[in-house]
Design a protein around this ligand. Structure first.
Ligand code: NAG
Ligand code: NAG
Ligand code: NAG
Ligand code: NAG
Ligand code: NAG
Ligand code: NAG
Ligand code: NAG
Ligand code: NAG
Ligand code: NAG
Ligand code: NAG
Ligand code: NAG
Ligand code: NAG
Length: 449
């Protein structure tokens, strides 16, 4: 509490008769020290007091001077007149921000009609930087502000003489943060998503961000201090809307958020298997466990060596046709969400299609104890085939194999009926074609045909 006013009133109050006789200016010039000067009085904006005089000017919208006295001002009538002539015009009051933008603020206030205010000084303070603006009306648009920054605006009324200022009235507020730009999903997983975004202003280092996560049934919020966030515990294959709002630190004011909608990835399919493997077709089945799977479709990638193609299915099975017999295929199944783009991890199986049945099976030679069979194959993949020859008589069954399209079967019993069946086998031994059979009697006598 400073006491700058102290020298002023004492002589004046102690000499009431003189006071009535002399013009105020003369009297004060005589009676007072330099502290009585208008500049010194008006510059004083804090509470001052002495034995007989107490001026409390700290409260916001009190008006004093301008012919009004408040409860905190205690002066003789003469002193009041004197006071009015040398001190403040009325304060402004009812200062408010009519509009708060990213880089501008519109302020309005009221003046005191009884005063001779002719203009206003608006002091704009952010941290340590100060600038002055002038307005001749009871409002001002303040521009070139920094987004998301705390400003203190103080409005001072200035009287006709241009030198005398009233008590300032202040308002503190944050400009709005600039909007989030370039929001994108850096990573989309089955149950998590990484979002990144950009804020193009210098105050952004002090921003915090609110991320609103919305699906059909629920909404929740996350906060981040940096321009990225990892959102976890999402459901697979589900559409989410993510909205990011920037806000100045310690402040709740937010610009309109920027949003992005996307599907999380579906989980990989389960239990992929070949329910049927034929010469030219394969039927695959699989399962899915996701809650959202009723909206899934499936992409089936079919690869054979260097050639590949895709099929789609709306159900958890597919029949793939026009395959080449006896050939290795790689089948990969991907779940795809309703956007038709977001896929889960693929699950693969490799299968050989069945070889075709052998052709032209015949006995080139039938002996008492042996038989020589020959056959043909037409499949393009046949150079990798092996063959199983099943030998059956009334009492026993055994198998032979051959790498070529003929076989000699020995140690047969003369004069016995045999059934020989030839199967083509793919090189992995996994898949056998249909068998082709021939029935023969071994010769009863020791001679050759
Ligand atoms: C106010 O009074 C003080 C003390 O006498 C003096 O130093 C200062 O210059 C004065 N200020 C003005 C603005 O006249
Ligand atoms: C000034 O006013 C404030 C608020 O009305 C009050 O708390 C304070 O005591 C007053 N000061 C003086 C010196 O009257
Ligand atoms: C200031 O003015 C506002 C609006 O005119 C009023 O609501 C408030 O009570 C006033 N405050 C004081 C301390 O007089
Ligand atoms: C203020 O002083 C002027 C002369 O400078 C005088 O004419 C006027 O009456 C005074 N006003 C009051 C309210 O005393
Ligand atoms: C002060 O208020 C009065 C009445 O509302 C108005 O006529 C006058 O123009 C205002 N003065 C300024 C400088 O705004
Ligand atoms: C205040 O504003 C100035 C210029 O507009 C700027 O350089 C400074 O960084 C700001 N300070 C704060 C604390 O925002
Ligand atoms: C603003 O105006 C006040 C009063 O005229 C002055 O004291 C101050 O230096 C000014 N500030 C700037 C930054 O111009
Ligand atoms: C802010 O004030 C300016 C100048 O008075 C005006 O043109 C603008 O429309 C105002 N903006 C808002 C949002 O009120
Ligand atoms: C705003 O400025 C006024 C006048 O300088 C000061 O009294 C007030 O404490 C400031 N408010 C904030 C929040 O800095
Ligand atoms: C960021 O601001 C600078 C300068 O204002 C501008 O040149 C640039 O294009 C802005 N970047 C984006 C992404 O808006
Ligand atoms: C929305 O998300 C919550 C939490 O992940 C989940 O419990 C709820 O089932 C989801 N609703 C839909 C329709 O996906
Ligand atoms: C996702 O974000 C988290 C945290 O920011 C980070 O640790 C992780 O590496 C990110 N993952 C990807 C795939 O970008």
């Amino acid at each position: 509490m400073r006491r700058l006013l102290l020298p002023l009133p004492l002589p004046c109050l102690l000499l009431p008769p003189l006071l009535l006789l002399l013009p105020a200016e003369v009297r004060c010039t005589i009676a007072c020290t330099e502290d009585c000067s208008p500049e010194n009085v008006t510059a004083e904006t804090r509470t001052s007091s002495n034995d007989n005089l107490s001026v409390n000017s700290t409260s916001g919208n009190k008006t004093y001077g301008g012919g009004k006295s408040s409860g905190d001002v205690s002066l003789s009538d003469g002193a009041i007149s004197d006071w009015n002539n040398v001190t403040q015009p009325s304060m402004v009051f009812d200062l408010k921000a009519e509009y708060v933008g990213v880089t501008s603020v519109n302020l309005t206030w009221q003046n005191d009609t009884a005063s001779s205010v002719y203009k206003y000084r608006i002091e704009v303070v952010n941290g340590t930087s100060v600038r002055n603006l002038t307005s001749y009306v009871t409002k001002a648009e303040i521009t070139e502000l920094i987004p998301g920054t705390l400003y203190n605006f103080t409005v001072f009324a200035i009287t006709n003489n241009g030198e005398t200022e009233g008590e300032g009235v202040s308002i503190s507020l944050y400009t709005k943060s600039s909007p989030v730009l370039d929001l994108k999903a850096e990573y989309v997983g089955v149950t998590s998503v990484n979002l990144t975004w950009v804020v193009n202003d210098t105050a952004s280092s002090s921003y915090t961000y609110r991320i609103e996560v919305v699906n059909d049934t629920s909404v929740w919020n996350l906060m981040s201090n940096v321009t990225e966030v990892k959102i976890t515990e999402l459901l697979p294959g589900t559409m989410y809307n993510f909205k990011v709002f920037a806000r100045p630190v310690n402040n709740m004011s937010e610009e309109e958020g920027l949003s992005i909608s996307l599907y999380t990835k579906p989980s990989a399919v389960l239990n992929l298997k070949a329910e049927y493997v034929g010469k030219n077709s394969v039927k695959l089945t699989w399962a899915v466990s996701d809650a959202a799977s009723n909206s899934y479709t499936y992409r089936i990638e079919v690869v054979n060596g260097t050639s590949f193609w895709n099929l789609t299915s709306n159900v958890t099975e597919v029949e793939i046709t026009e395959l080449i017999p006896g050939t290795l295929y790689n089948f990969t199944v991907f779940a795809v969400v309703a956007d038709g783009l977001t896929e889960g991890e693929g699950l693969s199986v490799r299968w050989y299609t069945k070889p075709s049945a052998v052709l032209n099976l015949k006995a080139e030679y039938v002996g008492k104890n042996s038989v020589k069979l020959t056959w043909a194959v037409s499949d393009a993949a046949s150079n990798s085939y092996t063959y199983r020859i099943e030998v059956v008589n009334d009492t026993s069954v055994w198998n032979l194999t051959s790498n070529v399209t003929e076989v000699e079967i020995t140690e047969l019993i003369p004069g016995t009926m045999y059934n020989f069946t030839v199967f083509a086998i793919t090189n992995s031994g996994e898949t056998e074609g249909e068998g082709v059979s021939i029935c023969l009697y071994t010769g009863a006598c020791e001679h050759e045909y």
